[in-house]
Design a protein around this ligand. Structure first.
Ligand code: DAT
Ligand code: MG
Length: 138
């Protein structure tokens, strides 16, 4: 048994398209527990820290600008293996090839923007989950 917590974000594209409820529904339908939730207009400072592993990459600037372009919904979710489980629910980073049945595969597509708009973020390890939860739920 390894109950753990993860950070999930409904990104600005997901919020703007009215997909927040659908994402929350899928988290709960899978059996994970939503333990905290907030809507945030994230500062560039927060976003640069959140995505620090990508600093220096060509899409880093556009990624931060996109994430600052509108409100995001931050979710603290818990459950046995929820970190891996939500990444599986989210699907592959590129929504064009993400498997049908996943959030990105069912609801996302390539809009031709400089940065991949793919509706959700999910922490990718216990270390990033702890770091990211501390940032978004300080
Ligand atoms: P994930 O969100 O699946 O963990 P990631 O951590 O590699 O993916 O990248 C963070 C976000 O940056 C991703 O959700 C969308 C964007 N992104 C990643 N690679 C990209 C690329 N090559 N071009 C444009 N945007 C990209
Ligand atoms: Mg990532």
């Amino acid at each position: 048994m390894s109950t753990e917590e993860t950070l999930i974000l409904v990104k600005p594209d997901g919020v703007a398209r009215g997909l927040t409820g659908e994402v929350l529904r899928r988290i709960e339908a899978k059996g994970y527990k939503i333990v905290d939730l907030r809507m945030v207009n994230a500062s560039r400072e927060l976003l640069e820290e959140h995505y620090e592993e990508h600093a220096g990459k060509p899409f880093f600037g556009p990624l931060v600008e996109f994430m600052a372009s509108g409100p995001v919904v931050a979710v603290r979710a818990s459950g046995n293996r929820v970190i891996e489980g939500f990444r599986s629910l989210a699907g592959a980073t590129d929504p064009t090839v993400a498997a049908p049945g996943t959030i990105r595969g069912d609801l996302g597509r390539d809009w031709g923007a400089a940065v991949t708009q793919n509706i959700v973020h999910g922490s990718d390890s216990t270390l990033s989950a702890e770091r990211e939860l501390a940032l978004w739920f300080a």
